[in-house]
Design a protein. Sequence first.
Length: 255
Amino acid sequence: MRFDSPLYLILILLIFLGGKNKKSSSLPVANFSQFSRTRVFSLKVFIYEKINIIKKIVYLFLVIALARPQMDGQMIDSGQMGRDIMMTIDLSKSMDAVDFTKNGFHLTRIEILKGVVKDFVSEREGDRIGMVVFGQQALTLAPLTVDHSAIQSTISSLKTEMVGAATAIGDGIVVALKRFQKIQGKSKVMLLVSDGKDNYSTVKPTKAAEIAKSMGIKIYVIGIGKQGKADVEVDGPYGKILVPMDLEYDEAQLM
């Protein structure tokens, strides 16, 4: 064991010095009448002494906590080499397109995305997972963590246009790459999920991909959507309505 801030341990001396000073101050006082009242005040003396002991123990633990004790040793491997995975997810307006059908129900791209990503996370035992979302801007929603339940909750809360209606794939990749900086790990991976048409990035996706390659980070792509017309959910006067729109799905840009 070692202490990160060992200087705080000097404060432990106050426990003993304080006790000595108190004891020495009572030596010159001689009061023989106390012998006749020992039984009357014995309970008070006993309680007073115990309280002092408890105070000293509490003080001792507080000082040790301030010194920040740490155990030296190697990390225990659970038997599986974990990866560091940053999920980079498209939340642009085009992800509201309804071009999927499942069990007779029409689903939006974002609904399909959530299911795919949740299944992915549930299978990544031992891996650290983080999340960056992008639309018109890019934002980190979750740093790398082994708390997969928190990641699943974050996925459930995803909504389109959280960070704008446009699509900045390149900026999303760059923000995700920043989360890998100063992270020690042999296997760093990015999972990019998008409908594949960048129209707002300050850093082009191809340039961002080159940066990732130079950092030794692999990017795996999941493309969602289809080429051509698709119904998109928009706000109408009486709630959500579907409006047909021409949507471009640029699979080559993602690859």
